[in-house]
Ligand binder design. Structure first.
Ligand code: HEM
Length: 259
């Protein structure tokens, strides 16, 4: 988690945003805190540490955006400040990119490694056949479903699977469940690196479909290619811990030995 999975997505997104090398570790810590911070105990809203981390990320980008306004480069922040957006829109876009692009892809990668360690026959299959890389990436994305649910507000009355939904209802759409829907997937509880078709909803659906889907796929494919090139066996060597949240689905620590 710490040495590989945490580094790849963070470096990719920081590279795109032009976040200087010396700030990246701090940005990583802040995004972790902003995503995972404990609630404040009264049953609603984020806790103090989470809110502080969120504010610090926005402050950080306020400074970075001011620098890019004065001296534009070829990074995404320079494009955003030069793109006719308000200051607030620039900051919220930066925030969205860093929050969206870091944690989720990291969890997919780590969950993928755990799945390959658990299902050794799938790892052997993948090692023997590089052609499977594409389907393996999609299966890892389905299997891990890092964004466990998305929220929506119903715009009109509707009925779904016998349940009445009223306009204005707040809904949690459980992607984690949809991705194991036995009406859609053949043997949904089987991890199959050659699965086809694989119409998972890991990146959402509709107008808010993940902006970084291709980047996340490229990152995961790069990791798989590197594992295939350098690693024969993947072994879990200690307890795997899971993050204490139902917003994102994922591993907190994953001690592995790669042979
Ligand atoms: C495996 C990795 C990833 C997963 C599972 C994931 C998941 C998602 C999901 C489910 C949504 C839709 C949210 C909704 O409908 O409410 C979304 C949106 C978004 N994602 Fe990702 N994402 C991943 C990687 C990335 C990366 C690498 C980036 C940044 C480059 C990114 C940036 C965004 C942004 C900006 C949105 C908002 C799009 C919009 O509202 O129009 N994501 N992502």
């Amino acid at each position: 988690m710490a040495e590989v999975a945490a580094q790849v997505p963070l470096r990719a997104i920081c590279e795109l945003l032009g976040v200087p090398e010396q700030d990246r570790q701090r940005v990583l810590e802040l995004t972790n805190e902003a995503m995972l911070g404990e609630g404040d105990g009264d049953g609603g809203g984020a806790g103090r540490a989470t809110r502080i981390a969120q504010s610090e990320i926005l402050l950080y980008y306020t400074r970075l955006a001011a620098q890019r306004r004065a001296a534009p480069g070829d990074d995404v922040i320079s494009l955003l400040v030069g793109g006719g957006l308000t200051e607030e829109e620039v900051l919220l876009n930066c925030y969205n990119l860093i929050i969206g692009g870091d944690e989720t892809a990291r969890l997919a990668m780590a969950g993928g490694v755990l799945a390959l360690a658990t299902y050794g026959e799938q790892w052997a299959r993948l090692r023997a056949d590089p052609e499977l890389d594409g389907t393996a990436v999609e299966e890892i994305l389905r299997w891990t479903t890092p964004a466990a649910h998305v929220g929506r507000i119903a715009t009109r009355d509707a009925e779904l699977a016998g349940r009445r939904i009223a306009a204005g209802d707040v809904l949690a759409l459980w992607t984690a469940s949809a991705n194991r829907d036995e009406a859609v997937f053949d043997e949904p509880d089987r991890f199959d690196v050659g699965r086809r078709p694989n119409r998972h909803l890991t990146f959402g659906y509709g107008p808010h479909f993940c902006l970084g889907a291709q980047l996340a796929r490229a990152e995961s494919a790069a990791l798989l290619a590197e594992l295939r090139a350098s690693v024969r066996a993947i072994e879990v060597t200690g307890p795997v811990t899971w993050l204490p949240t139902n917003f994102i689905n994922g591993i907190g620590s994953l001690p592995v030995a790669l042979t």
